[in-house]
Ligand binder design. Structure first.
Ligand SMILES: [Zn+2]
Length: 319
């Protein structure tokens, strides 16, 4: 639609179970980084658009770095902690944040403009991911995702052309079960921890886990994501050499990530930022051990090309 530059951010790799609700991915892309393949497909649609691919995990530590320099941020996240971090980074850097979420047959969207409208934490304060329904168990209807993302895009276009977004100060809520669509007025809260009178954006109140279990994507197997504290800028050519030296079978290899077998039960996806998705480790501890053996001890030197500004993370294997 004439947008010259897009930065696509996703730490995840494509799974077979994603395909029914995606238009950018095909079966041959399974195991490859979502951001990389999305850019590849979109680049074909318009070769003149400039793309940036980031495989980082969005959290308190990375949010500002990820959104800095953007005119608009559009959210397709699946965690309230990540959304809180995004909300705060956008408030701090004065960037409009177009929120969207969906679960089961319901979806919602809103446009948060710093200093002008309520923010995410005015609307949904003090939520915890642990208490919220998960798409892995509840499921999400592809049609509602399409509705929500279309609304988000129309809000972005309004902002870009200088029109008042329809969801500034409003929450769009859709339930396709009975085809109900609502637009609800929302208010700014004086005591909001992110944008209220006594808000402190430098205060990190959100727990960030080094390892977390996510929606079970492969039947009967647990899936853990291990997120290093800093972007590791892995040298994937060196990673690939090390994997073949160790006879670990590579299942999919992209420019921003690789998926491989780690023994008979476990498969690992490693993206450039160092985020590892471990499938088949039954406990958080086991997932951390795999990560430690592969990345911290195994690929550390000389295989890991670390920018001097990045500290060695993983101070402790605790959360
Ligand atoms: Zn607020």
């Amino acid at each position: 639609m004439g947008i010259g530059k897009l930065r696509l951010v996703d730490r995840d790799v494509i799974e077979l179970s994603n395909l029914h609700r995606q238009i950018l991915f095909s079966p041959e892309d399974v195991g490859l980084p979502k951001a990389e393949i999305a850019v590849k497909k979109l680049q074909k649609l318009n070769p003149d658009v400039k793309f940036e691919t980031l495989t980082s995990s969005l959290n308190d530590d990375s949010a500002e770095y990820i959104v800095r320099g953007s005119d608009i941020v559009i959210d397709g996240l699946d965690s309230i902690y990540a959304r809180y971090a995004l909300n705060r980074a956008c408030l701090k850097l004065n960037i409009p944040y177009i929120f969207g979420s969906a679960i089961e047959t319901t979806g919602s969207a809103s446009t948060f403009i710093p200093k002008k409208t309520p923010c995410l934490e005015c609307l949904y304060p003090n939520l915890r991911d642990e208490d919220l329904p998960k798409c892995g168990t509840e499921g999400v209807h592809p049609s509602v995702l399409t509705v929500v993302s279309s609304v988000q895009v129309s809000e972005a276009i309004k902002l870009i052309v200088g029109k008042e977004p329809s969801l500034a100060g409003y929450l769009f809520y859709a339930d396709i079960r009975d085809l109900n669509f609502d637009k609800i007025k929302i208010a700014r809260q004086d005591d909001c921890k992110a944008c209220g009178n006594n808000a402190s954006l430098s205060e990190q109140v959100l727990p960030r886990k080094l390892v977390e279990e996510i929606c079970g994507r492969e039947r009967g197997k647990s899936v853990h994501v291990v997120t290093p504290k800093e972007d590791l800028q892995l040298d994937l050519i060196a990673v690939e050499h090390e994997l073949s030296r160790r006879d670990l079978k590579i299942k999919a290899r992209g420019n921003y990530g690789v998926t491989f077998s780690y023994g008979p039960e476990i498969s690992v996806s490693l993206v450039k930022s160092g985020v590892a998705t471990v499938v088949g480790a039954n406990t958080e501890q086991k997932a951390l051990e795999v990560f430690d053996e592969l990345v911290v001890s195994g690929l550390r030197t000389p295989l890991r090309k670390v920018d001097p500004k990045f500290k060695v993370m993983l101070a402790s294997p605790a959360h």
